[in-house]
Write a protein that binds this ligand. Structure first.
Ligand SMILES: Cc1cc2nc3c(=O)[nH]c(=O)nc-3n(C[C@H](O)[C@H](O)[C@H](O)COP(=O)(O)OP(=O)(O)OC[C@H]3O[C@@H](n4cnc5c(N)ncnc54)[C@H](O)[C@@H]3O)c2cc1C
Length: 497
């Protein structure tokens, strides 16, 4: 008889997991509390401006490609994208600027010319990142760390040989300070700790592998904006027979005798053989399973950073800016100390600006631009965000005035704001943290929740708050890992059925 599966939540990982199950002939239903799919990856359109509300950086498109391949569909029929020639424009308070082009030689030479950092050194850094990513990254990102099988494999021994003591005992910042000479180059590569919502002053040197993804593999732009990724994933899932139920929160997961039985939705029991929760793992334990003690245990790991985002419709064009732009804080250490130790926002925060109208004119009215302006913040611990938002806005405008020589405030004709409390409300993310737990210690990869539940057969989880972590590429990986584990359990599940 046909197995039935329920996916709780339609974030990137939930959508990918749904398709992965459906193509195995399993009957899949997705329950989503919101009116639309996507979770943290959303979109707004207002006054002629279109904004992606969450993720703005698209990397590792081959992960999506392999999902479409496995589903027997041509990805280009659902989603098209292009590789960007330019990765990011960096602005430092010293007045120095780096336009990081995708061409590594060009980037390395630019670093030498602008920051007096040897081009050879930069290339060496990126080669080391590649080696680390292809060896250790492969184990940590593509398999469950909680299955013995992962560790009893010949490749593990070979891969671990790439790990040097400084990847383990040094923080990313200490690692970068040894590897690079200039203060600005250290800051530029420290920045990659924020890709999983962590601090470079706490996260291990192992994260020096992250720049490999951008510099060696490339940065991409999905035509139509990031929201097209969700639309493509939802279309693919529907094509494979997945049934979606929107505005339908799951209240509880039903389980007994060590096996999952179904879910409670609108006071009704809906039975299933398999459940994959794409909800924040804290709420999966606390709310859906009623396992309060285990949920509390998860909070021993500090939450990742969150964000305040301003969506600004700007009635002017700025040739000095590109698709991705970073205006660095003058004191990165103080900025991360504020976020992770004082749970506040530093007075001169680093500002990230994404402008998709640089790629697609239709995303803003004529002679205008759609600015996604983001500042990293702590997750919500009771702060007054309305007031903090105003302070951040003033600091951002002052910084842009200093570094661009323009009074940007005069050109803002549309504004909408996102903050940690709204992120928590909209996607049920614990305290509005973007990536669940931060990777602020050496063992964090092992402390992330696994993609299965040892004591409840048939229950799995995927998404940014479980292994291997947040961000679109890791969410896609987590969907694959959870379904791979489930496949290994299929004999048991079929037997139960
Ligand atoms: C402002 C911002 C900027 C970001 N920038 C980037 C970036 O540039 N690049 C990048 O790769 N990543 C970025 N991220 C992170 C990325 O968006 C997330 O890691 C990823 O989208 C999370 O996907 P997920 O599969 O974990 O599901 P989520 O997006 O967390 O969605 C979970 C879904 O489950 C639903 N749900 C929860 N509980 C229930 C329930 N009980 N019943 C029914 N439905 C439920 C929620 O409504 C939600 O739709 C950013 C995030 C934000 C907010």
């Amino acid at each position: 008889m046909e197995l039935k599966a329920i996916i709780i939540g339609s974030g990137v990982a939930g959508l990918a997991a749904a398709t992965r199950l459906a193509i195995q002939g399993i009957k899949v239903s997705v329950y989503e509390k919101n009116g639309v799919a996507g979770g943290k990856l959303g979109s707004i359109t207002n006054q002629g401006y279109q904004f992606d509300t969450g993720p703005s950086l698209f990397t590792e498109p081959y992960l999506l490609q392999s999902l479409f391949d496995e589903a027997g569909e041509r990805m280009e029929d659902y989603l098209t994208y292009e590789e960007c020639d330019e990765l990011c424009r960096y602005f430092f308070e010293s007045g120095k600027k780096i336009t990081a082009l995708a061409d590594i030689n060009h980037f390395a030479n630019e670093m030498e010319e602008q920051l007096d950092e040897s081009a050879e050194n930069i290339k060496q850094y990126l080669q080391n990142a590649e080696k680390l990513f292809n060896s250790v990254g492969d184990i940590f990102l593509n398999s469950s760390l909680h299955k013995r099988k992962t560790w009893f494999h010949r490749r593990v021994f070979k891969s671990l040989k790439q790990v040097k003591l400084q990847h383990l005992i040094n923080t990313l910042h200490e690692f970068n300070k040894v590897a690079l000479k200039s203060k600005e180059a250290v800051q530029l590569f420290d920045r990659y700790a924020t890709y999983n919502g962590s601090s470079p002053y706490k996260t291990p040197g192992m994260l020096s592998m992250i720049p490999h993804i951008e510099y060696n593999e490339g940065v991409y732009y999905p035509h139509g904006g990031m929201i097209k990724i969700i639309e493509a994933l939802q279309c693919l899932a529907e094509k494979k027979g997945v049934q979606f139920y929107f505005n339908t929160p799951v209240d509880r997961i039903i389980y007994s005798n060590g096996s999952v039985k179904g879910v409670v939705v609108n006071h009704q029991n809906i039975m299933a053989d398999i459940i994959i929760s794409n909800a924040d793992i804290y709420f999966t334990y606390d709310h859906l399973l009623g396992r309060k003690a285990q949920a509390k245990k998860l909070l021993r790991q500090p939450r990742s950073s969150s964000a305040v985002v301003f969506y600004w419709g700007i009635k002017k064009t700025f040739p000095a800016l590109g698709l991705h732009n970073i205006f660095f804080s003058n004191d990165y250490k103080a900025e991360f100390n504020a976020i992770f130790n004082k749970f506040s926002v530093y007075q001169d925060p680093t500002v990230y600006i994404n402008i998709t109208s640089k790629k697609e004119e239709g995303h803003a009215p004529a002679n205008s631009e759609n600015w996604f302006v983001m500042v990293n913040t702590p997750a919500h611990t009771g702060q007054h965000w309305e007031q903090i938002q105003q302070e951040i806005k003033a600091a951002v405008l002052k910084k842009l005035h200093r570094l661009l020589g323009e009074d940007v405030a005069a050109y803002i004709e549309f504004e909408q704001v996102l903050n940690p409390v709204l992120i928590a409300e909209q996607t049920w993310a614990k305290d509005g943290a973007l990536y669940g737990a931060a990777s602020n210690n050496k063992f964090s990869a092992f402390l992330r929740a696994p993609n299965f539940f040892k004591k409840i057969q048939g229950l799995y989880c995927c998404g940014g708050t479980v292994h291997p972590g947040g961000g679109i590429p890791l969410c896609l990986r987590s969907a694959k890992i959870s379904v791979d584990i489930l496949q290994q359990d299929l004999t048991k599940l079929n037997h139960r059925h």
